[in-house]
Design a protein around this ligand. Structure first.
Ligand SMILES: Cc1ncc(CNC=O)c(N)n1
Length: 229
C-alpha cells in the first residue's frame, strides 16, 4: 500500500496521511460555508434550526453505531484503554441527546415532528452499514474518529481567534469545539492509527473508503442545512 509507505517514511499515522491526500474534501467538510457563516456571525437562523433538528435525529442513529464500535473494541483490541475511550464517547451521547432536546426547546422546535431529510437518511444508512459485525474494527474506528473529528474541527473554528459567532450559538460550538472533545478526538485518532498499522491491505482500502464516505456525507449534511432556508 503506497500511502502506508509514505506514512511510515514521514513517521505520521495513516489517518494523517489520508487527510493530506484528501485535503480538499476534508477542508470542504470542516470549513463549510455553513460553519463559516456561524464564525462570521452571518448565519441564517433558519438554517441553524434545520441543522439542530436534523442533527438530533442523526445523533440518535449514531448511538447504535457507537455501541457497535464499543463491542468491536472489547472483542478485538488487546489494549483495554481503547474500550474506555469509546465508552466515554458512548456515555456522553446520553447528555448530548438531552442537550438537543433542551436546545430545541429554547428555539421553539418540536423534535417529535422532525422528518429526516434525504442526506440525513443517507448518512444514517452509512452508519447502519458500518454497524455490521463483518466490518473490521480498524474500519469502524476510522469512521468513528472521522465523524467526531469533523465536528470538533468545524466548531472549534467558530470559537477561534477573531471569530464573531453570535452569543446564542456559542454553547453549541463549545459542545464540540471544547478542548476536552479535542483530546477525545486525538485519542480516537491514535487508536485508529495503531489498528491501521496492523491492518491488511484490504482493510486499509476499506478504512480509506469509509473515511471518504464520512467526509462526503458530512458535506452533504451541511449542504442540507443551508439549502432548506
Ligand atoms: C452529522 C454529524 N456528524 C458528527 C457529529 C458529532 N458526533 C456526535 O455528536 C454530529 N453530531 N453530527
Amino acid at each position: 500500500m503506497e500511502e502506508k509507505l509514505k506514512a511510515e517514511e514521514k513517521k505520521i499515522g495513516m489517518t494523517e496521511a489520508w487527510l493530506r491526500k484528501h485535503r480538499l474534501l476534508y477542508t470542504g467538510a470542516t470549513r463549510h460555508p455553513f460553519i463559516l457563516s456561524i464564525r462570521d456571525g452571518t448565519v441564517d437562523i433558519a438554517a441553524f434550526k434545520t441543522w439542530l433538528a436534523q442533527d438530533y435525529l442523526f445523533v440518535r442513529a449514531f448511538v447504535p453505531f457507537a455501541a457497535s464500535v464499543l463491542i468491536k473494541a472489547y472483542k478485538e483490541s488487546d489494549d483495554n484503554t481503547d474500550m474506555e475511550v469509546i465508552l466515554g464517547g458512548v456515555a456522553a451521547l446520553k447528555d448530548e441527546i438531552s442537550w438537543f432536546k433542551n436546545e430545541a426547546n429554547k428555539w421553539g422546535i418540536s423534535l417529535s415532528n422532525v422528518v429526516p431529510q434525504k442526506p440525513n437518511k443517507n448518512y444514517c444508512g452509512l452508519l447502519d452499514s458500518l454497524t455490521r459485525p463483518e466490518v473490521e474494527y480498524s474500519v469502524a474506528i476510522t469512521a468513528f474518529w472521522a465523524i467526531e473529528a469533523v465536528y470538533q474541527e468545524s466548531f472549534a473554528h467558530c470559537l477561534g481567534e477573531g471569530s464573531q459567532t453570535p452569543q446564542e450559538l456559542k454553547e453549541t460550538c463549545e459542545r464540540w469545539g471544547n478542548e476536552g472533545f479535542g483530546q477525545y478526538c486525538q485519542s480516537l485518532q491514535n487508536i485508529a492509527n495503531l489498528h491501521l498499522q496492523k491492518a491488511s491491505d484490504d482493510e486499509l482500502k476499506n478504512a480509506e473508503v469509509a473515511l471518504l464516505s464520512v467526509l462526503e456525507h458530512e458535506v452533504e449534511f451541511w449542504n442540507m442545512s443551508c439549502a432548506s432556508v
